[in-house]
Design a protein around this ligand. Sequence first.
Ligand code: FAD
Length: 546
Amino acid sequence: MMSFTFRQREQISKRLASEHFDLFIIGGGITGAGIALDASLRGLRAALIEKNDFAFGTSSRSTKLIHGGLRYLKQLEFGLVKEVGSERAIVHKLAPHLVIPEKMLLPLKEGRGFGTLLTSFGLKLYDWLAGVKQIDQRKMLTRQQTLACEPLLKPDGVKGGGLYAEYRTDDARLTLEIMKTAAHNGATVINYVQALRFLYDDKKIARGVEALDVTNGHSFEIKATAIVNATGPWVDELRMLDNSRKGKQLHLTKGVHLVVPRKRLPIKQAIYFDVPDGRMIFAIPRGFTTYIGTTDTDYRDAIDWVSTSHEDADYLLDAVNEAFPSVNLTRSDVLSSWAGLRPLIHEEGKSASELSRKDEIFESASGLLSIAGGKLTGYRKMAERVVDMVIEKYYSSRTLKPCSTDQLAFTGGPFANADAVKRYTEQLASQLRPLQLEQYADYLVHTYGKQSDEILRYMDKLQDESPAMCLVKAELYFTVDHEMVLTALDFFNRRTGMLYFDIHRAIEHREMVLNELKRVFSWDDDRMQRERIALEQAITSATLNH
Ligand code: FAD
């Protein structure tokens, strides 16, 4: 297996400073990762920098669904539904261990939402636009069937329901596997390097950036023919640096999610329910937890630090308590939470929920291309459009390969299909059983795919106290050696999702992880202290103890 590790940072930095790139991407979320992969597969010399960790921005803070966006049907955005709907099947095929089919229950209530007929037609249209296979197509349910499907639902006013196909994922892992795949296919990719300012030819054409390696304070220049600003919520900040924040601008809206113990909200499957103010909310089971989201409110504060307020949390808790009256969730049930920003495009007179989720590419007078809007689900098509545009503008005379990102499985695969994932999970569970760790088989496969084999190999070499501790250590070593982990939060948040979905495990092993990282990276006491504080702050914020 090729390495993607801090040990290569010096070599990568040298390459960034000395080579001339065909396409240079700023921003290491799903959009940037997708562009880096597409460009390198077509034969372009591509480079990408991310100022924090990969997926630090919105791409680790979504609802974690690869979905067609049923609510966009309500906004009559048929093109968007068709595109993201058909993309679901492609991304599932590329990584069936990471993009997992999930049936979604849509209860229908008297006096709320659309009527039964309209919903039945809407879901049918949704399936048709997305090309859903016959066997997975929507099923309309009677009142009795709906309540049997979800006995926790408040029965008053329930007149029926729909059961339809969606997929769930881990957004940060998806971003990372695409990034690793891009690096394995020749892209020069690095985290913790920030674009500070643009460099111009004749004061007009952006031909590179001055970048700062935030791990050591070194700055250097990166030269390229085409530059893409894929910084999500930061897109306008970069456009301001380029003096080109004109015309359309971003409209940031905040969305939060809460995680509660599965036994406190033991829903039988994912559910998409409406709340008294007319909005729709997801509740999705995941491992030993259920997560709930999201809110959608205008946001004008600092972009680099977004957190869940008590008001956000209460809104979601009230919504759940109204829909499932027997559960009585309170703030003390919240195990963890996260908050993210949607980088939407402003439309005069429209509220947060009404804004389109469509992506758009802006080209500035300096040649800087900025991509904004869009969804996790549509990353591949967004990348294709950007790379097509770059080729048309700069490389029309070069012989380059066509877009092939719909064919290449990511690192972590390939699996032939969901059955192959199931068989692999069973085999892993039997290997973990003698250590009494078989309950982690699902988690490992959905997180690392076949790279779980490598994690077991690390475990074989460890002689530590308990198998549970060895497993965390093995995951840490794997992510340090193969996934460019540089901080404890990279590990607990964006590589493993532990901060959200298994926070007790994160808290139990945080000292071990900090000490191991101190040893591997030779941190001094000051650095160790800063790391500890950053981790504590993240835990305090996620657990709403602020
Ligand atoms: P980001 O992920 O924010 O990446 C931009 C990156 O640029 C950041 O990591 C940032 O650190 C970096 N950066 C900024 N400035 C610089 C600089 N100067 N130098 C270097 N790097 C820089 N979509 C779905 O398909 N399904 C869902 O279920 C879903 N749910 C959502 C729920 C919520 C609450 C939100 C907020 C969004 C949701 N989305 C969903 C939308 C989706 O998450 C986003 O469209 C997508 O993640 C945006 O990715 P991005 O790469 O454009 O931006």
